[in-house]
Design a protein around this ligand. Structure first.
Ligand code: NCD
Ligand code: ZN
Length: 425
């Protein structure tokens, strides 16, 4: 019997590394053996490590409305370049995706244009909790902004308990952007008149995040089945809050974004393009995130892919950095230079995100799962450069940096999307 595709090499499975042949038919993994599989096509992955396709639960692909920054096609090409086969797209579009009509429009565009699987979040507006049930069939979860960021939406802290009460009826999780708008506004007033490159890091201080996270966790008490995800955790104190919340029985997940794990606030001083919400933090926080990743405290490794053009970053100081193109670069750096083991990567970059999004057909290299596979070569150094960037924004925060490796093959539902480093289009 000949399979559509056979992948041969070192596979990261829940039991560790195994040298295996993975047989794929009709977009699914149908057979795994040490040897003897036949395929119409055979990929020998050499020194590459085969992971379950990476799943990024936090991206902003900008369509519809801001297609000059990104669209589903260019954003998904960036994902393929970074080894990401499933993304969950945030609702802060030009017109925020907060109702079924707008979500159906996004669904249509994504289905038509995207190369990877796109899941959607529904945006939650103040006073519109009745929309939650209506959005439920179209979304993987809800998104709440507790402070102003791109898109400008803001959800009042005072309505959090009402939100959790309503959302817990749907069985869907919520992702929360936690920064305390009151603290941000106070800092803006206190620091007004100052001018220095890293001022932004102090206008949105760690305390703003921690304060907001505490309110979210307090509001969650009593809604036992509700899953809440703290977006892009930037500071050690937030991780401590997440740990305490879990110990008290709450279902609290949290994300670490590539840029918060790679850069500290000194980099923000040197490079104005690194402005992001929440901002970059001192080295001790970066280290805490890395430790949190290793210890299991961090649930998801995300990009918070937030493309803006270089021009508008410089002239308007918009917050957000791209990340999808560099996902596998950072993975290679985590493994080779930061002591993160491949099974931790498989957990934070695939199996935990799959569970969170309710996608039990993926997240593991196993017979019966969707053939979403990412082969990362951690032994062939690559330099991140703008001519490799597929994101429409055209730049990378990691420009000029050399990484131990990157994605070599990206396979989405059995289709080879990245072939020996080249995008198949
Ligand atoms: C994001 C964006 O531009 O969409 N910006 C950011 O600084 N992270 C919005 C967000 O996630 O806050
Ligand atoms: Zn975001």
């Amino acid at each position: 019997l000949e399979h559509d595709l056979v992948l041969e090499g070192r596979v990261v499975t829940p039991r560790g590394f195994e040298d295996l042949e993975v047989g794929v038919d009709d977009g699914k993994i149908v057979e795994m053996k040490h040897q003897g599989l036949k395929g119409a096509r055979r990929i020998r992955t050499g020194r590459g490590l085969t992971f379950p396709g990476f799943i990024d639960v936090h991206v902003h692909l900008r369509e519809p409305g801001w297609e000059y920054k990104e669209d589903f096609r260019s954003g998904s090409e960036a994902a393929v370049h970074g080894g990401v086969t499933t993304v969950a797209d945030m609702p802060n579009n030009r017109t925020p995706a907060t109702n079924p009509t707008l979500l159906m429009e996004k669904r249509r565009l994504a289905d038509e244009k995207a190369l990877v699987d796109v899941r959607l979040y529904g945006g939650v507006q103040a006073g519109r909790l009745a929309d939650l049930k209506e959005m439920a069939p179209l979304v993987a979860g809800y998104k709440l902004y507790l402070a102003r960021s791109t898109g400008g939406a803001i959800f009042p802290e005072t309505e959090l308990r009402a939100f959790f009460r309503e959302a817990s009826q749907t069985g869907l999780p919520a992702s929360l952007h936690c920064e305390d708008q009151t603290i941000i506004e106070r800092m803006e007033a206190v620091l007004s008149g100052q001018r220095r490159a890293d001022l932004y890091c102090d206008i949105r201080p760690p305390q703003a995040e921690v304060s907001s996270v505490r309110k979210v966790i307090e509001a969650l008490r009593g809604f036992g089945g509700m899953r809440a995800n703290i977006c892009h955790v930037s500071t050690a104190e937030t991780l401590a809050e997440v740990r305490r919340a879990r110990e008290s029985g709450l279902l609290v997940e949290c994300e670490a974004a590539l840029h918060h794990i790679f850069f500290n606030r000194k980099a923000a001083l040197e490079d104005g393009l690194l402005r992001t919400n929440p901002p970059l933090r001192p080295e001790s926080d970066r280290r805490a995130l890395l430790e949190g990743l290793k210890s299991g405290l961090v649930s998801f490794l995300v990009t918070d892919h937030a493309p803006h053009t270089e021009e508008e970053k410089r002239s308007q100081g918009l917050a957000g950095v791209p990340g999808l193109d560099d996902y596998a670069h950072i993975v290679s750096w985590l493994i080779r230079e930061q002591g993160v083991s491949p099974d931790v990567i498989a957990r934070v970059a695939s199996s935990s995100p799959a569970k969170f999004l309710g996608l039990d057909d993926r997240g593991e290299v196993a017979v019966g799962k969707r053939a979403d596979l990412t082969v990362v070569d951690i032994h062939t150094p690559v330099k991140a450069s703008r001519d490799q960037v597929r994101s429409k924004c055209g730049w990378s925060p990691y420009e000029g940096m050399v990484f131990p490796g990157g994605a070599r093959w990206t396979i989405g539902e059995g289709t080879v999307l990245l072939d020996d480093g080249d995008l198949v289009t």
